[in-house]
Design a protein around this ligand. Sequence first.
Ligand code: TYD
Length: 195
Amino acid sequence: MFISLEGIDGSGKSTQAKLLAAALGSETLLIREPGGTSAAERIRELLADPSLEIDPFAELLLFSAARADLVSRVIRPALEAGTHVVADRFADSSVAYQGGARELGTSHVLSLTDTVIDGLWPDVTVLLRVDPEVGLGRADGKDRFESEGLDLQRAVAEAYEEIAQIASDRVVVVDASGTVEEVHERVIEAVRSSG
Ligand code: TYD
């Protein structure tokens, strides 16, 4: 089974991805985007540097390059071997951040991303919904998106809501307020009921 966790910065998805992967068993592969291969980790460093100015489409292509490498060299082989894969961010992050917040257009980024991942969409995507003000308060503010403030996070949150409607067959929205344990239980329930 292929599960992705999505949400705005500070939604707690990295913590929840770790807990979910552990709950699915020791064989589960946990990956984070951008990253997961040597080339993708190098691209991650580049994208995380707030001092670099990057054109939005170039930014999308960098995320896409990292993702294409990860899908073909790690995710697809793992799924074919019967391993569960939990992704801390995946294709929907580009639709929300580059398509929505950077205004490249959600449907445009959706179709480009479909080519990048060769149609390998997750079986279930858990969207952790949190108020952008709360999320920004929790985030450490270090990467290029967090440092751009509340309006950016609001735009991302709005795009995620649009994705939840467009892809309602795969996306399950989970309330990310409450304790880590409470949210974990909601995530498990969301995965169980859709799997
Ligand atoms: P991430 O490492 O998940 O940040 P954090 O764990 O601190 O929430 O992601 C880094 C940033 O990259 C985050 O602000 C979201 C952004 N991002 C995109 O804009 N597009 C993408 O396709 C991905 C995967 C991430």
